[in-house]
Design a protein around this ligand. Structure first.
Ligand SMILES: NC(=O)c1ccc[n+]([C@@H]2O[C@H](COP(=O)([O-])OP(=O)(O)OC[C@H]3O[C@@H](n4cnc5c(N)ncnc54)[C@H](OP(=O)(O)O)[C@@H]3O)[C@@H](O)[C@H]2O)c1
Length: 245
């Protein structure tokens, strides 16, 4: 049987690299984001069948409708990856970047996560696998990007909530939280030279694909970020503030 996956946020960065990784492993992929031409070009370069859906996740009703149309077109989908996200350095606390971050990373994310769970629970097999891209940024408040870190804390906690909800149900939906450190994409904040442990999108995608195969609840990408996460959780807030602000 052919495996089929939808990736929301597949037009660049980690989502694009994961689409390539999954297609190489035999998946047919549904590629969703706003930049249709990029999605079509990526789809055309894959070794398996690709489907393209243009969607802006901030238009939540339209995005949820687009998601349903995509599952209808693909026939059956066992894996949904939510990679769409934005991040802004915003020391001046301007409203527009904060608003966009909440719209994409919180409202858009939740609109698609609920659509994916609804879809999996409606499958005859009542199963599936939802993967959400959070960040190590979820672990601390950031004076330079307050909405971004807070939005990723929402994503991580929301996915944890879905796992708890799943535990008391008869359906078999796997939920994986991905928390990357720095990945070399358009989104990485700061100068490349400043950022340590920067991974390529391909390395990130390979580690995410492995976590998917192993049906992990949670994965740091790259794995060494587990150490940073441990330190961030252990350190008192004033120490974290001196390190990250
Ligand atoms: N790069 C890092 O260092 C890093 C670290 C930790 C976590 N992450 C997370 O990883 C995920 C992927 O980021 P990336 O690094 O791969 O960045 P990226 O290359 O900028 O990719 C972001 C993706 O999100 C899509 N997107 C943005 N706004 C959208 C909207 N309104 N509607 C639909 N799609 C939208 C973009 O597509 P369109 O513009 O075509 O719509 C693009 O496909 C994000 O959730 C990010 O927070 C990244």
């Amino acid at each position: 049987m052919t495996d089929r996956a939808i990736i929301v946020g597949a037009s660049s960065g980690i989502g694009e690299a994961l689409a390539r990784e999954l297609a190489d492993a035999g998946y047919e992929v549904g590629l969703a984001a706003r930049r249709t031409e990029r999605l079509k070009a990526i789809g055309a370069s894959l070794p398996t069948k690709a489907y393209v859906a243009t969607m802006d996740v901030t238009d939540t009703d339209d995005a949820r409708r687009g998601f349903r149309e995509l599952t209808d077109a693909m026939g059956d989908v066992s894996l949904v990856v939510l990679s769409a996200g934005v991040g802004h350095v915003n020391h001046d606390l301007e409203w527009e970047p904060e608003r966009e971050t909440i719209d994409v990373n919180v409202r858009g994310f939740t609109a698609l996560a609920t659509a994916a769970i609804e879809y999996f629970e409606s499958r005859p097999s009542a199963d599936g696998h939802l993967v959400g891209l959070s960040s190590v940024a979820a672990l601390f408040g950031n004076g330079g990007a307050p909405a971004y870190n807070a939005s990723k804390a929402f994503v991580s906690t929301y996915l944890e909530g879905l796992r708890h909800r799943q535990a008391s149900r008869e359906t078999e939906v796997t939920i994986t939280t991905v928390e990357p450190g720095f990945v070399d994409t358009a989104m990485a904040m700061g100068d490349d030279d400043e950022l340590f442990w920067m991974a390529s999108p391909e390395t990130a995608a390979a580690q995410i694909a492995r976590a998917i195969r192993r049906e992990r609840d949670h994965v740091y990408v790259t794995r060494r970020w587990r150490l940073v996460a441990w330190l961030l959780k252990a350190m008192p807030e004033p120490v974290v503030r001196r390190l990250v602000s």
